[in-house]
Design a binder for this molecule. Structure first.
Ligand code: TXE
Length: 520
């Protein structure tokens, strides 16, 4: 049922908004608990129909065979259009996620760069000619994969969707995006923007719905060419078996338990600022949240004292107020999960966690899903130190040596981001080499650029976003081998017995005329 007072945001299919689905779902502002819109709960049959249409669009070739210069022009124009509309998108992101407006302004200001970067890659992409032996020219060209599915999350709705959309479109694919049901509205606004930029209708399809329904139906479609997921490990596990049966490759950007390794050479005030930045951006709801502060014992006490004071002073509240530093968490379940982590860390036998500050749910004007920024002193084996909270509940650990910091940093199942804070250059270099993580920052955290590959090891995922790696993961390589030597004579009796002397050398069969072939 469509409520006339609450706007409905329909799926964007084949260059237009579709009529609303028979079933819809609400999108809630987590800071106010108000419903800000409804979106379609796309059914199984609708998903199948959209996948079929998308293949038709791919095969028609309007985008998949477009010139590189055209892809460049369209994506560059989309970047320009997006840049002009950033203030409007900032408002939407703040409403959907409850994140502070100052964070969303900073993040969204850079998002057009992802489209510009991938536009540029599309324009400069060159094939290759291999040093193939013999009178042969072997060319390698990159082709788009086909129809790809992108399953995106709620914590950075636009940033993560644009990262994935940019790479996939630059490579010439047809893209079906299924944004998170918790924050889909900004993504649905991208349809008309790309159309205005000149993207052929039906090249970018945007569909809404719950992950366990619409997301599942989409990922189970047997003829997708790729699935690109940012989400939880459980979601990866839910989609992996059908994808593997259907031979669909997956890029997966999953969770993390990023260590913030703080060494004794650091000025304590700088170290505290570093920890606040690493830990509390997005209320700790990012895959690289600095959720374990591993602090050398020589500066531990003064660090903890100063960090506690600064954390208690953080301004939590109305995300639309530019002075707010800590916004909402995404929903009630997130508040409950944070509270459960605090309770387990501080009351369960063997955990021995000491609450230094925070630890409680909060509201703004009596409403909303907030959680106080929380610091808990704990040990490396504790549940809190090993498991992802995805909220502002941070573990602090006293470490006696560099070796201990490295051991603890590498001691969880996750390996996405890590930061090292030190004034000792040789230590920075040495420790960066030993940390197991897809991204290691030295004297930085959260630093991100379209050119810099982003993705984890171990349970943190497979493959990369950003950079050439992401672009190339949306392509397949076709090898064309042109023979300009003699025609095959292998089964020609006269040739074998008479004129040709065959010698087998390192698996290479070579005739006396010099033409070579490696039998495969
Ligand atoms: O993610 P979900 P949730 C991690 C983080 C967090 C956990 C759960 O650890 O605590 O995931 O968060 C879609 N088939 N990250 O529950 O459910 C869903 O609709 C297909 C890390 O919010 O994985 C949404 O579009 N799709 C992460 C997307 O998956 C399914 C950001 C992500 O939602 C599906 C978010 C299914 N069976 C969570 N089930 C990061 N790396 O930044 C869900 N989805």
């Amino acid at each position: 049922m469509i409520n006339q007072e609450i706007p409905h945001y329909s799926n964007w299919i084949d260059g237009a908004y579709s009529p609303p689905s028979s079933s819809t779902l609400p999108v809630i502002n987590p800071a106010t608990e108000a419903t800000i819109g409804t979106v379609d709960a796309t059914s199984h049959d609708e998903v199948q129909e959209i996948v079929t249409k998308s293949w038709k669009n791919f095969n028609q070739g309007a985008w998949s065979t477009a010139e590189a210069s055209e892809r460049f022009a369209v994506l560059s124009k989309a970047a320009t259009l997006l840049r002009a509309r950033i203030p409007e998108f900032v408002q939407l992101e703040v409403q959907q996620t409850g994140r502070p407006i100052r964070e969303m302004r900073a993040q969204l200001a850079r998002i057009p760069e992802w489209l510009e970067y991938f536009a540029s890659l599309a324009r400069v992409q060159e094939g290759a000619v291999t040093p193939f032996k013999g009178p042969v020219v072997n060319t390698l060209i990159r082709l788009p994969l086909g129809v790809v599915a992108q399953i995106t999350p709620w914590n950075h709705p636009l940033l993560i969707s644009i990262k994935k959309i940019g790479a996939a479109l630059a490579a010439g694919n047809v893209v079906i995006v299924k944004p998170s049901e918790l924050a889909p509205i900004s993504i649905l606004q991208l349809g008309p923007l790309f159309k205005e930029a000149g993207l052929p209708d039906g090249t970018l399809q945007i569909i809404s719905g719950y992950g366990r329904e619409t997301g599942k139906y989409l990922c189970e479609a047997p003829n997708l060419s790729k699935i690109d997921l940012t989400g939880g490990v459980a979601t990866y596990q839910a989609i992996a078996s059908s994808a593997s049966l259907n031979m669909i490759p997956i890029t997966a950007e999953l969770g993390g338990k990023a260590p913030v390794c703080i060494f004794e050479s650091m000025n304590v005030e700088h170290a505290v600022k570093a920890a606040l930045f690493a830990s509390f951006i997005a209320s700790g709801q990012t895959c690289v949240t600095g959720s374990r502060l591993l602090v050398h014992t020589d500066i531990y006490d003064s660090f903890v004292e100063m960090l506690g004071k600064r954390t208690k002073a953080l301004r939590l509240g109305d995300p639309t107020d530019p002075r707010t530093q800590i916004g909402a968490v995404i929903n009630k379940a997130a508040v409950e999960r944070c509270a459960a982590f605090v309770s387990r860390a501080t009351t369960q036998e063997g955990e021995n966690g000491k609450l230094l500050c925070g630890g409680k749910p909060a509201t703004h004007a009596g409403k909303g899903y907030f959680f106080e920024p929380t610091l808990i002193e704990t040990n490396a084996e504790s549940y809190l130190a090993c498991n992802e909270v995805f909220g502002p509940v941070i573990a602090i650990l006293r470490c006696k040596s560099e070796d201990e910091i490295v051991d603890i940093a590498n001691g969880t199942n996750y390996a996405l981001g890590a930061s090292i804070w030190t004034q000792d250059f040789t230590q920075a270099h040495r420790v960066a080499g030993k940390i197991e993580a897809g991204i290691v920052w030295v004297n930085g955290h959260h630093l991100n650029d379209p050119s810099s590959p982003w993705g984890g090891f171990k349970d943190s995922g497979l493959g990369k976003e950003n950079g050439r790696e992401a672009y190339e993961s949306y392509t397949k390589v076709k090898s064309i081998v042109y023979n300009y030597g003699v025609m095959p004579t292998w089964f020609d009796d006269e040739d074998v017995l008479g004129n040709a002397r065959i010698c087998i050398e390192h698996m290479v069969l070579r005739t006396t005329s010099g033409s070579g072939c490696n039998l495969e």
